[in-house]
Structure formats: C-alpha cells, structure tokens
Design a protein around this ligand. Sequence first.
Ligand code: GLN
Length: 536
Amino acid sequence: MTKYVFVTGGVVSGLGKGITASSIGLLLKSRGYKVFMQKFDPYINVDPGTMSPIQHGEVFVTADGTETDLDLGHYERFIDEELNYSSSITTGKIYSSVIEKERRCEYLGGTVQIVPHITNEIKSKVYEAGSSSKADIVITEIGGTIGDIESLAFIEALRQIRYELGIHNTFFVHVTLIPYTFGSGELKTKPTQHSVIELRSLGIQPDAMVCRTPLPLNDEIKKKLSLYCSIPNNNVIEAIDVKNVYQIPLNFLNQKIDQIILKHFGLPVKKINIKDWEKLVETVDNLNDEIEIALVGKYVELHDAYLSIMEALKHAGYKHKVKIKINWIDAEELEKKTNLKQVFKNSKGILVPGGFGARGTIGKMKAIKYARENNIPFFGICFGLQLAIIEFAKNVCGLSKASSTEFDENCEEPIIDLMEEQKAIVNKGGTLRLGNYECKIMKNTLAYEIYKQERILERHRHRYEFNNKYKELLESKGMIFSGINEKSNLVEIIELPSHPHFIACQFHPEFKSRPTRCHPLFDSFIKACIKIKTVK
Ligand code: GLN
C-alpha cells in the first residue's frame, strides 16, 4: 500500500518547502523506494501557463505536457523521475473538475459544497497519484503558508486522509522558520509554536518539523520546540542556511529524517545508495574556475523565470568543473545600446531563451547577430530558435521583412507562423504544443555529434513554428536544419556549420537536465564556451 508524506509550510513563504520535499524524496529513493511527488497550488488559475513569468517564475513542463509550478523542476532534478499530470494540482483544476461533474448531474441533485465535494476531489487526486504511479511513497507539498484562506480546503482534505488511512500510513512534515533577533542575539521559537497551533486548530498534528535557521539549533531550543509542539526531539530537524542546496539532503540524512519516516511507516530501512549525490556535492564545493554566460531575455528581473535554464547551465558547469556566472541582459535595454562589445566583453557564450510577444525581440536579435558575426558560442531555445532564424533571414538572406506572425500579424515574410491546427484555437491556456515530441537528427551535423543518436524525445512549449516555405532559401545560405519532427514535418533544431558553435532548438532541453547528468546540448554549449576562453 502506498504511504503518504505531506509537507506543509509555516510562518513565512519561501522557506524551501520544495527543496525539503525533494530532499526527502531523494533520500527515500536512495533507500530503494519508489517515490512519486505532487504539488498542490492553492491559486485559481488552472495551471501556471497563463501567468506572467515575472509573477510566478518559470512554467515547468512535464513529459506528458502538463504546465506546472517550478517546484516540479526541483522534484524532477532531485528524485530523477518523470512526473506528470497527477503531480500538479491547483484550486483551479479541482474546481473545474467539480463544476464539470455538477453540470453532468453527477452529484445526483445534491447541493455541491466545499466539504465534502471539493475536499473529496482533492483526496481523489492524492489517492490517484498513489495508484497511477504505483509508488511506495507519495510526497505531496502544499503550496502557501498555514493560515492562508486559500489552502484551507487542501488542509481539511489531508486531515481526512490521515483519518481514513491512519497515522502509520501518513506522515506530516511542517517546514518552519526560526528567526534570529539581532537585539537579543537569540533564535526565536515563538512564530513556529504559533504556526503549529494554527495547524493543530485545523486538525493536523505534525510528525516532524524542518526548521529553517541561520544558526545551529542547540539542545535547549530543540527541547523547547519538541515540548511545545508535541514533536519527538529527534524529529525536530535543523535546516541551516547553506551555500550549496545539494548539501541539504545530506544534512537531513545526518539527522536521519529518512529513517524516522520509514520507521513511522513500518517500512524496512534498507541500505542507502547516495554516492553520486555525495560526489556532486563535493564537485560543487570545489569549483574554482568561473565562466560568464550572457542570458538575453525580457523577464531577467526575476531570475526564477529562467530557473531550469540556470540549473541546466550549472549542471554542465559541474561536468566541466566550472562555476557559471550569468550576465543577465535585459533584451529591451539592449535595444538602446550601441557598444555591444562592452556589454558582452566578459561573456564566453550567448544564450537566448524562450519568450512570448514583441517586447524585447529586437534586442534579442541584436544579441544573436552579434554572436553569429563574432563567432561567439550561441545557444537558442524555443523563441531563441525562432528569432535566430528571423535574424538569419533578414541579415544573411536579405529578407528585410522577415518576421513572426506572433508579433507582426500581417508581416510580408512570415518566417515563423502558426500551425494550421493552431489557427482555430481561442483559449490560450493549455493549448500550446506541449510536452514530449520525437525529433529525428540528421547525421554529420553538430546536433548529431552532440546527441550521438538519431531519435530523441524532448519537451515542448510553444505555439508558432518555422515556415517550411523558406527552408530552401535559408539552406542555400548555409543554415542547416539538423533536427526535424518527421510526423508533422516541423523544424526542431537549426545550426550554422560556418560558426564554431551556433545551435538552437524549438524544444526546451533545460527540463531534462539533471545535476548528475547534464543535458547534451548544455554540455556542448559550455564546452564550446570554455574553449573560447582558452583560445582568447
Ligand atoms: N512565443 C513562441 C511561441 O509561442 C515561443 C515560445 C517559447 O519560447 N516557449 O511559439
């Protein structure tokens, strides 16, 4: 039978609940258990796909094409398992589903209410995650902070699950903050005590507490927390601030959180295999060299908008033993700049990531042109590929009117255009080309050299496509279309063989990169950037 771990948060948001949940997942997986993870987001959007990346951070896309919260990225990177639709549940999804059932008269004339209909729907999503994944342990993180009105129905559903399944099949971890007050020079437990009181008032007694703290928790504080919150002393886990997030699972391992959970479930504590992770921590702690990569985007004020890209760059850095420093460049600001040499003077490579809409496109194309003309390693992702093609069409093929119908609806040369099947779509949410699609890679290309295989599966999130009408012209000027989706004849990868490293893809490779197994495209990009460094 599947066991369930629930991770709640108290006192303030942004404590690292996602990393806590992922770290627990990693430890349990490393002890030989099949782990599945799930996140509840209490907002009313059906998914984050319609939210601005500046508000919400990146939209992480799973293999099955679900647009999810960026915490899912942490989960996948830590537990190295592909998650899916069952992993990302929002208030919007729950209500949509209940309202649809009501319209179908599935409630047989009953009055539809938060309790029991909404809570039943939430419970069914938890149980479904267990049954569909066939995991030994499902870890569910509840977004927001205890006390929020938005998450009340979720907490009530979890209380009922504990009642239905029993204490030994459910485990509650409360992530909380132990602030340090400078005046008295002390760590303070009171906010945590209150947040546990709040949780108890909703019917939930946590089994363990993960305490985010700037200083080590001494015995006295642990005892106090334990007594006032009714949590065994050993179950008060210290989560001290760290420089290297990969250290967190190891810190938890030292405090035996995995053993506490397994014993609570009555499951054997099998031997742990966590060597790769330990090696990773050591690598990250010992990076001496650093290289700078320019990232040209329009959401750069919130770095989380590019979280998986930052992670994927770092992963490739670990492989090549270099720290990655990102030169954040606001694409719109770049439009006004004349001295690009100055802007990119320390950057060994230029990356143009995904994006939507007209704002910043001129600046991005300016950066692409600079990379192309100056032999600087270039990597374009999604919108980055589309703009690289437009830039090439304009400046190399002489198509001065080249553009995309996304931001220039009636353009004369629609190099990037809507697919036929997208034209009739009215709803914007959930209707992009999403998730895994196969791509065939042409032999004797950079892409083939990178992937070393002919068929790859990568995750997508876009609506517009390269217009094949222009293929021949672009090819005649030296652009290679090295990756194609054969089924729909769509361009997936482009490259310029005349350049030391100019490659772009329509999909999002960043979602598949793992800290101990970097993505081949990021690997080769960083390798090329390092090479440039040693040449110059
Ligand atoms: N705006 C482009 C499209 O919809 C690219 C999307 C992206 O970069 N994720 O096709």
